[in-house]
Design a protein around this ligand. Sequence first.
Ligand code: GLN
Length: 252
Amino acid sequence: MCRHLAYLGPPVALATVLYDPPHSLSRQSWAPRDMRGGGTINADGFGVGWYPPPAAGGAGTPIRYRRAQPMWSDTTLPDLAVSTTTGAVLAAVRSATVGMPVLEVAAAPFAEGRWLFSHNGVVRDWPDSVLGLAADLPVRDLLTLDAPTDSALLWALVRHRLRAGGDPARAVADTVTRVASAAPGSRLNLLLTDGRQVVASVAGHALSARVDGDAVLLASEPVDDHPEWWAVPDGHLLVATADGVRTHALTP
Ligand code: GLN
């Protein structure tokens, strides 16, 4: 299953998040430690979205770089990552669920406006289990799904709530609980950020967190062996802001 991460904190080079740690996201693309039976490597594309710091002219809208190839084989991102500074990142490496296409548009992060979104997991009995939930979306959203994948539908469900002015934590919690009840056994670890806060669900997959001063890093797998990593318990929602990290039981 895919690996994803989010960083929020003082501006750093992208490389310090993506490449430099001993068990970095780049390494997790070919040597993940905790795939829980969902594939062996994350070779079906990758993506990174980041927010340019306000001092560098950033207006709150993220920039994305995605490819439908393994992260380890990309020769552009390493240089970009060394020379790009940012205080908020969402990145993912993908292991496509069997039957789902390997396309750049299917690689997280999905984006709209200031939002970035990622899904680590699978919707069980796709697509029949979630036909009823999809039917609640505007037809236009279904005709313009980013990709014909479970993750793209989850993004459309979350985005629908955000467009209506919904609270981001509630949008994630409601989507996870409704999909979990329609499709039991699904794995629904989501990440959502606007560059100022990160909302993460832990539902069927691992997520670890590390707070270091005013920086927070969330990752499917710890990127190093630092003792301060802690595993967010399953069935929880985590909200990270500049003020710290809060966790709640995952309820609608
Ligand atoms: N099911 C999603 C996809 O195919 C996510 C896969 C994953 O977490 N490995 O893109």
